[in-house]
Design a protein around this ligand. Sequence first.
Ligand code: MN
Length: 274
Amino acid sequence: MAREIHSQRPYILLTNDDGVGSPGLCAVKQSLDELADVAVVVPDHNWSACGHSKTMHKPLRVRSAKLADGSDAIATNGSPSDCVALVLLGLLKRRRPGRPHKPDLVVSGINPGANVGQDLTYSGTVAAAMEAVIGGVSAIAISLDAYEPTDFAFAAGLVAHLACQVLEAEPSQPLLLNVNVPALPEQEIKGVQITRLGRRLYRDALVERTDPRGKAYYWIGGDPPVGVPEDGTDIGALAQGYVSVTPLLLDLTDYARLPTLKDWELEFPRGLGE
Ligand code: MN
C-alpha cells in the first residue's frame, strides 16, 4: 500500500557489512535496479563479524561514494545496522525530500562467506537485516558460501527474485529471510530448501604474538568453521548443493525451558540488600 502512495516502483535499501568496495554489492545493485528504486547506504570499511551494534559514543558521518559501475552510493562510518537505522530515521528523505521515509524492503549482502547456524550472532550482514525488522521493514540477508567468490550473478539474480516475492506478499508483520547460496556453477545448484538454523562447529584458536616492546598480544585465529550437515538445516542444504532460505525471528526466548525455570520458584530471599 505504502508503495502505491509514494511511488510507482518499490523502494529498496541495499546495504552490506563488507563496505562500499565489496564486489558483491555492485552485482546485487544492478539486479535490484530492474525492479525497484535502489538506495545504497553502506559502511565505508569492512565490518564483517561486527554483530548488531548501535553507534552511540561518536558522530555518524556520511559521504557520497560511487560503486564500480559508477552508480551513486552513500558510505558511512557506522556499522551495517547503523546504515539501516540512519535510513529508517529519515537520512535519505533529508537528502531527497520526495523520497518515502521508509523503504519497502532492505537487502543486505551479498556477503562473501556463508552466514549459517550460530554465525548469525556475529554476522553484520544479518544484523543489518535485523535492524530493518526492528524498524518494521522486511529484509533479506544474502551470503555466498565462499570467502573469495568471483561470480555473484546467480546470487544477485536470486535475491531480486526473492525481493519480488516478499514485496508481492506484503507480509502483515516484517519478514526476515536469511539466504545462503552454495558456491557452485548455476547448473549444479539443485534448488532451494526452506531451512532452520544448523549447528556451526568453530575451530577458533588463540594465537599469541609478541609486540616490539616485548608484550604479548592476541588474535582469535584458527581454521574456518565447519558445521553439522543435518537435513532441514541451512548447513545441510548448502552441503547438498541447495540454496537455503531460513525465516528468522528476533525472539530469543527459550520457550522449552520456561516451565523448568518456573519450577525453580525463583523467590528471591529477603534481606539481600542489607
Ligand atoms: Mn562480511
